[in-house]
Design a binder for this molecule. Sequence first.
Ligand code: SF4
Length: 189
Amino acid sequence: REHAEISLKDIDQIAKSSFPLCMHHLFEKLREDHHLKHGGRMQLGLFLKGVGLKLDDALAFWRAEFSRKVGAERFDKEYAYSIRHNYGKEGKRTDYTPYSCQKIISSTPGVGDHHGCPYRHFSEENLRAALTRMRVGNPALEDVIDKVRNRHYQLACTLTFEAVHGSSCDAGVNHPNQYYNDSQRILES
Ligand code: SF4
């Protein structure tokens, strides 16, 4: 299933049910602002590639959003290249791999950036609001906040996974695509 392809028409549903908070946040911001800065485009773009979004669908997906903000022409000129690049179709033709939790947690998002790990980079207030939107209730929510206070961000994400899916995640979360794959496995079983 890890190499299964996903279809563009299912992407909102899949984002809601199976994306970890870091990716769901980027996804929502992109839908809202029709734009993401470089760090967010890389983090979400490579994740979506790992989820099984084909290059043509990826281009259509980003183009639909960005054209509403910067226009289709500017998207084709300035942004399409880096998406093809992520898929190894430009430049050195490296097949770039999606970012791990460790890499995302140690990133340093600046003002206006939406990438990073929410457990690490959100204020407690914003994190609580995001978790509540994901329907994480008590006592799980307080357990998540407790892990965050102790800087155990991946454990906080694991507890969120378990609360959302009502199922244990014994291996723990160490990669956003692993979170996604485990979620799909549970939802499809
Ligand atoms: Fe994303 Fe990993 Fe942070 Fe979870 S722990 S939100 S998967 S970076």
